[in-house]
Design a protein around this ligand. Structure first.
Ligand code: IFG
Length: 526
C-alpha cells in the first residue's frame, strides 16, 4: 500500500502531540464537596475542577505570610519532590499559590478562606494561625501520598471551589500524661503533629504526678534527678531538660499550638515528696512510687517552704511558657482536708497570676475563690463546673465518660481503663459540650480537651491506638460545635483510613466505622 505523503504524516504526528499536550494539561474534574475533610469546614462551595501543583508552581507570600509559606513548602516538597520556595511579591498574582493576610473580622483569630480555581490557589486569613489551619486543609485535600517523606508519583491536584472555615470553640486541645509513663521529645512532637493535622490549638502536658516529675526545675534539681528517675511499672522514667521543653514549645508554636504545662498539686505529688524531705509535713522523704493508685499524697499545706517551692517552680515554668495558662491540677486531693485545700488553691492561684499567667485546674478547684481569669476543667463533677460558672470562670469540657482517651473502646481493648466508661468511636462523638452539663452553657465554655492518661500506655503505637480514630471526632466537636451528625461524619472518618495508613498510624479499626465485613475484606486483600 502506498505510504501517505510525508506532509500528511507530519500533520498527523503534530495533531497527536497537541492532543496529548492539551489533554495532560487539562485540569481533572474534582468535587470539593466530596472530599472527606475532618473537622468539617464551616462552608464549602465546589466548582467541579481542580488546581494542579507542579514543580513550576509559584508560591507567593508577603512578609507577614512568609513563615506560613515556608511551612507549606516544607509540607509539600518531600512527597512531591518539588522545590517550592516562598517568593516575596506585592504584585497581583493570577497564577500559582498565594498566601495573604486580610482583615475580615468574620474570620476571627483562626478562621481562613481558601479560594481555588484552575490557575490560582489563594489562602487568606487575619492571622498566621488562620493560615496554618488552612494549610492543614490543603494537606487533607491532597492525596494521602502527600504524607510520604520521600518522593512519590503525582499528580498533585486539589479540587476547586471555596472553603470558609471558622472554628466554633477558642480552645481545642488534647492532654498527654508524660508522668505515669515518660515519652520522648520526638514522641511529643509526633503527638503535636497529630493535633495540628486536626486544627487543634492546645497541648496540655501532665508533667508531674505521684510516679514522676518530668520537667527540670533548676532551683530544685532532685525533682528530676530523683523524682524523674522512674515511672509506672518501675521503668527508668525520664524528664525534659529546660532546653528540651523549650524545643517542644517552639515546635508547637510553629503550628500555632499552645503548650499548657500542668504541675498537679496538692495531691498527685509523691514524686516531689520523694525528692525533698522538707516538703513533707513530718519531714521525711517518701519512697518513689511505681503503682497506679491515686489520692494518697499531699503537699504540706501548713509549711511556708511549700509555697517557696511552688513559687520557684511556677516562676521557672512561666519563664519558658509563652502561653497564657499554667495548669495547677487540684484533682483527687483525698488526703488534703477541704479547709486546707481551699486556702492552698487560693494561694497557688495568687502565685500563678503573680507570674503573669492564668490558672487552670481540674474541676475540684471550683471550691476555691476563682475569678474570670481562672479556668476550670470539667472531668468528673458537673456540680463543680456549675460552681465555677457561678464564680465567673470559663470551663474546658473534658468529661471522663465521653472525652477520656485512656478509656478502653470496649472490654476487649488491650490498653486503657474503664472506670468512667467504655468509649467506642461513636460514643466519643455523640455528645454536645454545651448540652453536657446543665447550667454550663456555650458562653461559659472555653472549649474541649481530650486527655490521654498513661497508666497503661507506654509507647507511640499504643498512644496511636487509643487516640485514633477518636481524636478526629474531638477536633470536629471543637471546630463544628453541634452542627454534626454521626451517620454523616462516619462516612468521612471511614475514608480517613487511607491517610492513617499512609501516615503509618497504628489505629483501632472500629467496626462502628468500618463495619465487620470490610475488616474481613482488609484481611483478604493483604
Ligand atoms: N483520674 C485522675 C488521673 C488518671 C485518670 C485515669 C483526673 C483529673 C483518673 N485524675 O482524671 O490522674 O489517673 O483515667
Amino acid at each position: 500500500m502506498k505510504a501517505a505523503p510525508f506532509s500528511l504524516r507530519l500533520l498527523t504526528l503534530l495533531s497527536i502531540c497537541l492532543v496529548i499536550l492539551f489533554s495532560c494539561d487539562k485540569p481533572t474534574p474534582k468535587d470539593l464537596n466530596a472530599e472527606p475533610l475532618i473537622p468539617k469546614p464551616t462552608a464549602v462551595i465546589a466548582t467541579g475542577s481542580s488546581f494542579g501543583i507542579k514543580s513550576s508552581t509559584g508560591l507567593y507570600v508577603s512578609n507577614e505570610t512568609r513563615a506560613a509559606g515556608e511551612f507549606l513548602a516544607g509540607m509539600l516538597n518531600p512527597a512531591t519532590g518539588f522545590n517550592l520556595k516562598p517568593e516575596l511579591t506585592d504584585a497581583k498574582v493570577s497564577r500559582g499559590i498565594l498566601l495573604s493576610i486580610i482583615s475580615d473580622s468574620e474570620l476571627g483569630d483562626e478562621g481562613y478562606e481558601l479560594n481555588i480555581d484552575e490557575k490560582l490557589l489563594e489562602l487568606s486569613a487575619q492571622t498566621e494561625a488562620g493560615l496554618i489551619r488552612g494549610i492543614q486543609t490543603i494537606r487533607q485535600l491532597l492525596p494521602p501520598e502527600i504524607e510520604s517523606d520521600t518522593q512519590v508519583e503525582g499528580p498533585w491536584e486539589i479540587a476547586s471551589g471555596t472553603i470558609t472555615d471558622i472554628p466554633e470553640f477558642a480552645y481545642r486541645g488534647a492532654m498527654l500524661d508524660v508522668a505515669r509513663h515518660f515519652f520522648s521529645v520526638s514522641d511529643v512532637k509526633q503527638f503535636i503533629d497529630y493535633l495540628a493535622f486536626f486544627k487543634m490549638n492546645a497541648l496540655h502536658l501532665h508533667l508531674t504526678d505521684d510516679q514522676g516529675w518530668r520537667i527540670e526545675i533548676k532551683s530544685w534539681p532532685k525533682l528530676t534527678t530523683h523524682g524523674g528517675s522512674t515511672q509506672v511499672g518501675g521503668g527508668e522514667g525520664g524528664f525534659y531538660t529546660q532546653e528540651e521543653y523549650k524545643e517542644i514549645v517552639r515546635y508547637a508554636a510553629e503550628r500555632h499550638i499552645m503548650i499548657i504545662p500542668e504541675i498537679d498539686m496538692p495531691g498527685h505529688t509523691n514524686a516531689a515528696l520523694a525528692s525533698y524531705a522538707e516538703l513533707n509535713c513530718e519531714g521525711n522523704a517518701r519512697e518513689l512510687y511505681t503503682g497506679t493508685k491515686v489520692g494518697f499524697s499531699t503537699f504540706c499545706t501548713h509549711k511556708e517552704i511549700t509555697y517557696t517551692f511552688i513559687d520557684d517552680v511556677i516562676r521557672e515554668l512561666s519563664a519558658m511558657t509563652p502561653g497564657p495558662y499554667i495548669h495547677i491540677g487540684g484533682d483527687e486531693s483525698h488526703v488534703t482536708s477541704l479547709e486546707d485545700y481551699i486556702p492552698f488553691v487560693n494561694r497557688v492561684k495568687g502565685i500563678v497570676t503573680a507570674h503573669g499567667k492564668s490558672m487552670i485546674g481540674w474541676d475540684e478547684v471550683a471550691q476555691a475563690d476563682l475569678d474570670e481569669q481562672s479556668v476550670v476543667q470539667l472531668w468528673n463533677s458537673p456540680d463543680f463546673a456549675r460552681m465555677a460558672v457561678s464564680k465567673g470562670s470559663k470551663v474546658i469540657m473534658s468529661p471522663a465518660k465521653r472525652a477520656y482517651l485512656d478509656m478502653q473502646y470496649d472490654s476487649t481493648t488491650q490498653w486503657g481503663l474503664h472506670w468512667a466508661a467504655y468509649i467506642e468511636v461513636d460514643d466519643g462523638y455523640n455528645w454536645d459540650p454545651e448540652l453536657f452539663a446543665k447550667g454550663v452553657d456555650k458562653e461559659s465554655i472555653l472549649g474541649v480537651e481530650s486527655p490521654l492518661w498513661s497508666e497503661t500506655v507506654t509507647n507511640m503505637d499504643e498512644i496511636e491506638y487509643m487516640i485514633f480514630p477518636r481524636l478526629p471526632g474531638y477536633s470536629e466537636i471543637g471546630c463544628s460545635g453541634n452542627d454534626r451528625n454521626w451517620e454523616e461524619y462516619k462516612t468521612r472518618l471511614a475514608r480517613l483510613d487511607a491517610r492513617l495508613e499512609a501516615m503509618e498510624i497504628n489505629y483501632y479499626r472500629s467496626a462502628r466505622v468500618w463495619g465487620e465485613d470490610t475488616r474481613m475484606q482488609l484481611v483478604d486483600n493483604k
